[in-house]
Ligand binder design. Structure first.
Ligand code: DQA
Length: 146
């Protein structure tokens, strides 16, 4: 069994209610349930969302003692701001796929910069919630080929 952690950053607890024209009408619970049901063969998922930067840093740090096989992360606004979360990801040796629901490159210039993309094995943006499924498939293939 491969173990994958799905991390979601600030305001993604509001999925379904927040700017639905950009982020859609599906809630985070519905998304997580769907991902758990449709995960690639032999992959188990764990989920964590936080609006608190330090909490996210500590969840990532905990992977040093309890290693897992891969991370799918939508860092949300922290994508463009957080050296602290970037450093936590860099400190652990776990393959990362970065996901954005929207195409950040079609949006405001401040969303074009990511502190995570150069650490990630892949970056998926603009595919809506399907991007999380694509990220799991990407990790599945990456781990199989190792
Ligand atoms: C986001 C894009 C970010 O710029 C934004 O701050 C988010 C969500 C996305 O999924 O498209 O909160 O990461």
């Amino acid at each position: 069994m491969t173990k994958v952690l799905i991390l979601n950053g600030p305001n993604l607890n509001l999925l379904g209610r927040r700017e639905p024209d950009i982020y859609g009408s599906t809630t985070l619970d519905q998304l997580n349930e769907h991902l758990a049901q449709s995960a690639p063969e032999a992959m188990t998922l764990d989920f964590f969302q936080s609006n608190h930067e330090g909490e996210m840093v500590e969840r990532i740090q905990s992977l040093m003692d309890q290693p897992i096989d891969g991370i799918v992360m939508n860092p949300a606004a922290w994508t463009h701001t957080s050296v602290a979360i970037r450093d936590a990801i860099a400190a652990i040796d776990t393959p990362l796929v970065e996901v954005h629901i929207s195409n950040v490159h079609r949006r405001e210039p401040f969303r074009h910069q990511s502190y995570f993309s150069d650490l990630a094995i892949a970056v998926i943006a603009g595919c809506g919630l399907k991007g999380y499924e694509f990220a799991l498939q990407t990790l599945h293939h990456h781990l199989k080929d190792q």
